[in-house]
Design a protein around this ligand. Structure first.
Ligand code: FES
Length: 120
């Protein structure tokens, strides 16, 4: 008999909030905590009924002077889409999570970097 593996939670996308030193100095710790609570409260978090968004902390995302930095990855139309955001606020991060949950286009405000999906 094989032991049970970890439970897999299908998600609509994965948000990462930088917890590097520069982003923390710009409020990323509080941003992460507030976002976590909102995802839980609004049933957007993957572990809640109907929730489809995964949220984790990350190390430095390489935009230290423009934090708090957030990135998102999701599969959309068969490709891996990425979104990079600088100077994120709680309302903008929550709007990003709602877009991921609903499968809508990612918000353009505060977005930087490639707008095209990653191609294999
Ligand atoms: S510390 Fe956040 S991007 Fe570098």
């Amino acid at each position: 008999m094989t032991p049970a593996g970890p439970k897999y939670f299908p998600t609509a996308g994965h948000l990462l909030v930088c917890q590097g030193q520069s982003c923390q100095a710009r409020g990323s710790r509080l941003l992460y905590q507030a976002l976590w609570q909102a995802l839980d409260r609004e049933h957007l978090a993957y572990y809640k009924s109907g929730g489809r968004v995964r949220l984790t902390e990350s190390g430095c995302l390489g935009a230290c002077s423009y934090g708090p930095t957030v990135c998102v990855y999701r599969e959309r139309e068969g490709t891996l889409e990425q979104g990079w955001y600088a100077a994120m606020t709680f309302p903008k991060a929550l709007a990003l999570a709602h877009a991921v949950q609903a499968g809508r286009d990612l918000p353009a405000e505060h977005r930087y970097g490639p707008a095209e999906p990653l191609t294999p």
